[in-house]
Structures are given as C-alpha cells and as structure tokens.
Design a protein. Structure first.
Length: 280
C-alpha cells in the first residue's frame, strides 16, 4: 500500500519538462501541490482506518456503549482477588489492620483522600513501608459527578501531590468517592494517569452489623470469584475484628490475595458491560 501511494504521488508531482521555464514549472507545482496535499490527507485517513481494523490494534478501551467504565473486577484464570480499604475516616485501627496483613503476608490497596493524608502522614508512610498499594480517593471526598471537569481534576491532582510530596510515591489507582461517577470523572482520572477502580464485592462493614455480617457479605457473596475486588474500610467499627477471619476464609476457598496493581491490566484490555476488565 505504501508503494502504491508513493507511485501515485510521483505522478501527481511531475518532474520539470525539458525546455520548461522555471516560472512555468512553479505554476504546475502549485496547482498539483494542492491536489497532492488533499490526496495525502485522504491516504493517511485510509491507512489509519485500516490499522484500527486490524486485530489487537486497539490496546486500551474503557468505553462500553458510550459509557466510560471503571474496573469492577478482572477476567483472569488465576484464582486471585484484591482486598481494598477506603481510608477517608479515622485512623484508630490502621496499625492493627497493617499488623494483621503483615502476619498473613498479604498486601492490600489503600485508597486515601488528600485530607486523610494531611491529617495522618505517619500512617501513610507506614502503609507504603509495608509494601501496600496506595490509591487516590480525591482531595475532599466529594461526589465528583456533580463537579465540573476542572474541579474534578483539582480534586484528583491535589491528593496526588500530597502523597507525592510526602512519600515520593506516584499513585496510579483512583476510586471515585461514594462510588459515584460519570464519563467526565473517569475521563479526567485517565487524563491524570489513573486507572479507575470500583469493586464487585462489598463487605458493607460501614453498616456496623458485626463481624459475622462482614464475613458473610464477602465469603458468601455471589459475585466473589477470580478477579474480584473487595471493598472494606479502615475506621469501620468491626473491620479490624473481622479481618483475620476474612483472610483465612478467602485462603480456605483457594484465593490468593494480591494488591490491585497486580490484578488489573494496564494495557491491551477492554471493558465489558459488567465492568469486568478483559485482556485483549
């Protein structure tokens, strides 16, 4: 195809004829040049269109029927799940949670707000030192679907800057506050270099129904499976009490618990209508 276009362009831009004056040749080139330019533009569009039609040419797609889709879970043959903690509340149980995770040799993912980072910098450092993922949950935990694009970007960038200046760590995982989002929120997060991450299994620890309720909500959840992302909260009344049994229960079912960064794909994937990330 490349040789074909080169041949046509050579015919469209002729060589100077013998005996032809310089002025006449320039006139011919000017007239031919306009058509050559239009042809080149059209040819480029055709080539690009052909490339996008080739298998594997689209490396990343997060749009499903016009809707920008965050990652709820991942399609994988590995029996792995990710344990995540929203940390927008207090910090009373953070040390205990980190201790339990360490005893089990488990790495999790902590989504934190800029306000939490500012208030509890030593906990942020401890989370990073223990080898856990750190994710962005905005600066002030607002429903970002009600914000303008510039306000969304500011919420994401402020929290990012706080963590980066405190620890040198560049976060790449974003969770929309309250789980509320629209196309604008997901697009803005991607513009900031983030993968947006939700969950398909909710511990509902924030309801404060007790340890047994948390275990049932996760271990008996119909959505629990390979590639699941589990949502918990630091600061929830019974979460720390339930965590040891929760980890044991997941491992008893054969699951390996990994951080989100180890579970998701960062290239060559698309999203399906369930919010499941699928490798291309």
């Amino acid at each position: 195809m490349k040789q074909y276009f080169s041949h046509v362009l050579e015919r469209m831009v002729p060589r100077r004829a013998e005996g032809q004056s310089q002025e006449d040749y320039r006139g011919v080139l000017l007239a031919k040049g306009v058509w050559a330019m239009l042809f080149a533009i059209a040819a480029l569009a055709i080539v690009r269109g052909a490339m996008t039609a080739l298998p594997g040419s689209i490396t990343v797609s997060s749009s499903v029927n016009g809707q920008e889709m965050p990652i709820y879970c991942v399609k994988t043959d590995k029996k792995q799940v990710a344990l995540t903690f929203d940390t927008a509340g207090g910090n009373a149980d953070v040390g205990r949670i980190l201790g339990i995770l360490e005893r089990h040799g488990v790495h999790a993912t902590f989504f934190m707000t800029g306000g939490w980072v500012e208030k509890y910098p030593e906990d942020v450092k401890a989370i990073l030192a223990a080898g856990h993922d750190m994710g962005n949950e905005s600066e002030s935990y607002k429903n970002m679907s009600g914000l303008t694009s510039s306000e969304c970007l500011e919420e994401i960038q402020k929290a990012h800057t706080r963590v980066q200046e405190l620890t040198g760590y560049d976060m790449t995982l974003f969770r929309p506050p309250y789980g509320e989002y629209d196309n604008k929120v997901i697009s803005n997060a991607r513009e900031c270099g983030y993968s947006s991450v939700m969950w398909d299994v909710d511990s509902r620890d924030w309801k404060d129904y007790g340890v047994d309720a948390i275990l049932e909500n996760v271990l008996e959840n119909e959505n629990l499976g390979s590639g699941s992302i589990i949502r918990c909260h630091s600061g929830a009344k019974y979460m720390a009490d339930a965590l040891d049994s929760l980890i044991r229960g997941l491992e008893k079912q054969g699951y390996e618990i990994v951080p989100v960064s180890q579970l998701i794909y960062t290239e060559k994937y698309h999203m399906n209508e369930e919010g499941r990330q699928v490798e291309n």
